[in-house]
Design a protein around this ligand. Structure first.
Ligand code: NAD
Length: 315
């Protein structure tokens, strides 16, 4: 199988490249990434043909989709705060970029497209756990762009008969996640602060909760979906129904590190949701064989991986 991974130089994309190299060594991986947030270092030692180019560039897209059997579309500008700072850039990369990718895939006759959406689409819906039939009401431009991503992906199945699958990732964490920039996700951001000798920054009371999902669990879902060409005309949650508060997460990290960390409390952050937990019924129906990596194991693995990195690169 020939697979195109957009956003291959990013966190989930590089982990998926590694996962496919290991589990399906006969498959050929091609990556498309404009390196706006990714790093070719993430792919060092991995087997992938890289095209450095943008989802917004028709020529790069045409080259990227040529001859591939499936696309895993991960390329996007992540982060709620980034999108609040620059909503147009997020819209272009995530909404327009997805539409352009789907058009390129349709014209090239690609058999299967899987695209990454986000739990952020639920927005102000406070239902817990959140299932895919619940209404969406995005709070941030990022979440709107992800609603567009999944909307277009499903529409291409319904309008053109393409096999597509839109997956709502929750809080994914693990090796190779960006650590050293303003938009880092909470786990790598905490690890970066500790490594730099700074206190952890906790927004609000730290009782906000998330359904943290280890990147290997996400890669298992993606690989299984690729193998079986899974398609669905509704987006599917990708998280296993766990709920961990930021305060609990800090304890798990402290256990992994074997020491306690200083904390500094800041006001609540605009656009953040209070509780985010997936209803995983649909996920388990589609992928009954997949057992998630437990949080403690995943955090320990992540901590150790970052500890082994050059502090200048990740600090
Ligand atoms: P990431 O930033 O590490 O990876 C995204 C990659 O896309 C980066 O390498 C970036 O350079 C690339 N990219 C951005 N704009 C591009 C463009 N115009 N053309 C080509 N490449 C471009 O992020 P990630 O955490 O690996 O996320 C992957 C996908 O999963 C994204 O679509 C994201 O929205 C989604 N997602 C992630 C999480 C999470 O917790 N990490 C949660 C929900 C959804």
């Amino acid at each position: 199988m020939r697979v195109l991974i957009t956003g291959a130089a990013g966190f989930i994309g590089s982990n998926l490249t590694n996962f496919i190299n290991q589990q399906e060594p006969e498959w050929q991986v091609r990556g498309l990434d404009d390196l706006s947030n990714g790093d070719l270092d993430n792919l060092r030692g991995l087997d992938a043909e890289m095209i450095v180019g943008s989802l917004l560039d028709e020529d790069a897209l045409a080259r990227a989709v040529r001859g591939v059997d499936a696309v895993v579309h991960l390329g996007a500008l992540g982060s709620v705060p980034r999108s609040i700072g620059n909503p147009l850039a997020t819209h272009h990369a995530n909404a327009t970029g997805t539409l352009m990718l789907l058009e390129a895939a349709r014209h090239a006759g690609v058999a299967h497209v899987i695209a990454a959406s986000s739990s952020s689409v639920y927005g102000t819906n406070s239902a817990s756990p959140k299932n895919e039939a619940h209404w969406t009401n995005p709070v941030s431009p990022y979440a709107v762009s992800k609603l567009a991503t999944e909307g277009y992906t499903v529409a291409y199945a319904l309008s053109y008969g393409m096999r597509t699958l839109a997956l709502r990732f929750f809080n994914v964490y693990g090796r190779r996640q960006s650590i050293g920039h303003a938009y880092a996700a909470v786990i790598p951001q905490f690890i970066g602060r500790v490594r730099a000798g700074n206190p952890l920054l906790v927004y609000g009371d730290g009782q906000q909760s998330r359904d943290f999902t280890h990147v290997d669990s996400v890669c298992s879902v993606l690989l299984s979906a690729l193998r079986r060409r899974t398609t669905d005309t509704r987006p599917v949650n990708v998280a296993f129904g766990s709920s961990t508060t930021i305060n609990e997460l800090i304890s798990v990290l402290e256990d992994a590190a074997g020491r306690r960390f200083d904390r500094e409390h800041l006001p609540d952050r605009t656009g953040d949701v209070r509780a985010s937990k997936a209803d995983a019924v649909r996920l388990r129906e589609l992928f009954p064989e997949i057992e998630p990596v437990p949080l403690r194991d995943g955090v320990l693995d992540t901590w150790r991986w970052f500890e082994a990195q050059d502090p200048n690169r990740v600090g």
